[in-house]
Design a protein around this ligand. Structure first.
Ligand SMILES: [Zn+2]
Length: 484
């Protein structure tokens, strides 16, 4: 056991799927040709004035409420000043000391353990334009020949969720993000497309002696959008910090670069961390009131949240917490499962088949939960065939595969491919007798007291019947034959 424990905090940026940008009427870009979704406001022409997008405020409020935050009655936008080619105004309109919402909490699961992370604040801002570094091999600024700017993304509504450093491990950080992303998708405010950078995050990590309450100095990973790389980077950073601390050194607060190829973190030696953004209230926008009655309305219109649904799956369907979590934490799969269960089949059996064969099928074919090649009705029909003993569970896997490939009703597939369960006692007795006769050594062992050999015989009979024999009956018959 290590004497050190990590403390991890996350800040997540989510681009909202509103029709228009945060402060102008330009359509939010869906990958149109560069610089075709711009206007004097988002290009910062002199005299152009911003107007707050009310829908963006509503979407941000949904996120805040789902994270159990207190929505502040008074909101102010500030100018965050910085000079960079991705910002034509040379400042970003953001929120500073009077953000949309504060003091929330997010509950998430790591295996069977429910963890909580305090949410410091949720605020609104606008996204920067996109820089494209051309002429190099990596697409990064280093090694490129020139850079161009696509202003389509500039001004897209952005919500920043700032978590407290409450996350106890890299694996938990990954779960936190995956579950938070599911939540945001569920709220209908963003598709959170990772490849397009609709959701991205900064992580900070420090180490402290196990059980200590004081935080160590943290390092940061910026602008990530891969769950896997995040976990790998944090896992790589832990031993690096421990080594320094155990040698009596101190950690510098700096930004890290993670190299997925070598799996190592290296500090970026740019010590320009002490930014002075010279925040001041945006003079072109007045502070605005967020009416408590309106917040109540937004809260009432929230959909069922994943955490609530997981609890409901445990209560309504009698699922274990783990199963309820697998099926209930993302909307599309949850809806699929509920449609299967709604066909009146055994809910636990339906859960096993949805989590087992159906999920494996989706994964193998690279499909979303709603795109599987089996409808909920057909999966339910298959579950029913298993439940009433028409097919054995191993043959049912074959029926699943064939139904997904060929279409048609599971019952037809069973008939067409002759996959029905063999529960004809006479027929099975013959197979059992054959297996017993072929394996005299194992018969000796069994009769010598080695009870486990029973499993071997059952396996052989199942094999001889291509998995179609009724396993319960086979068990009985084998025992009878061996003890005869
Ligand atoms: Zn615009």
């Amino acid at each position: 056991m290590s004497a050190w424990e990590p403390v991890i905090g996350l800040e997540i940026h989510v681009e909202l799927d509103t029709e228009t940008k945060m402060f102008c009427g330009c359509a939010v870009t869906k990958g149109e040709p560069p610089n075709t979704r711009t206007c004097p406001v988002c290009l910062a022409h002199p005299g152009a004035l911003p107007v707050i997008n009310e829908r963006a405020v509503e979407y941000a409020t949904r996120i805040a409420l789902a994270l159990n935050c207190t929505v502040q009655p008074r909101n102010v936008f500030h100018r965050k000043n910085y000079f960079y080619p991705d910002s034509p105004k040379a400042y970003q309109i953001s929120q500073f000391d009077e953000p949309l919402a504060v003091n929330g909490i997010f509950h998430y699961w790591v295996g069977d353990e429910r963890l909580s992370c305090r949410i410091h604040r949720v605020h609104m801002e606008e996204d920067a334009a996109k820089l494209v570094h051309a002429g190099g091999e990596s697409g990064r600024i280093a090694g490129s020949e020139y850079s161009v700017v696509d202003f389509n993304r500039g001004g897209t509504p952005l919500v920043e969720i700032v978590g407290e450093p409450d996350i106890p491990s890299p694996a938990a950080a990954r779960e936190f993000l995956m579950q938070l992303r599911n939540l945001v998708i569920e709220l209908g405010v963003s598709e959170c497309n990772m490849e397009e950078g609709q959701v991205r995050w900064d992580a900070n990590i420090s180490m402290r002696p196990v059980g200590a309450t004081e935080l160590g100095t943290r390092t940061e990973l910026k602008n990530m959008n891969s769950f896997r790389f995040l976990q790998q980077a944090l896992e790589a950073e832990m031993p690096r910090q421990i080594k320094i601390l155990e040698a009596g050194g101190t950690i510098d607060q700096e930004t890290l670069h993670f190299d997925p190829d070598t799996g190592t973190t290296t500090p970026l030696r740019s010590k320009e961390e002490a930014h002075d953004y010279r925040y001041f209230p945006e003079p072109d926008l007045v502070p605005w009131e967020v009416a408590p009655a309106w917040v109540t309305e937004v809260r009432a219109a929230l959909p069922e949240l994943p955490a609530t649904r997981v609890e409901r799956f445990v209560a309504d369907y009698g699922l274990s917490r783990y199963d309820a979590f697998v099926l209930g934490s993302a909307g599309a799969l949850a809806r699929f499962y509920e449609e299967v269960a709604a066909q009146g089949v055994d809910a636990k059996l339906a859960a096993n088949w949805t989590m087992g064969e159906y999920l494996a099928h989706l994964k193998a074919a690279g499909l979303e939960p709603s795109q599987g090649h089996l409808t909920p009705e057909r999966l339910a029909a298959l579950v029913r065939l298993v439940a009433d003993g028409t097919v054995s569970s191993s043959a049912a896997k074959e029926v699943f595969r064939l139904t997904a490939e060929e279409g048609g009703e599971p019952a037809e597939v069973v008939e067409k491919h002759d996959l029905g369960q063999i529960s004809d006692q006479g027929a099975l007795e013959k197979v059992v007798a054959g297996v017993v006769a072929d394996n005299p050594a194992q018969v000796e062992q069994y009769r010598g007291g080695k009870q486990q050999v029973l499993g071997f015989f059952v396996g052989q009979v199942m094999k001889a019947t291509q998995g179609r024999a009724d396993p319960k009956l086979v068990n009985e018959l084998v025992r009878k034959a061996l003890e005869a």
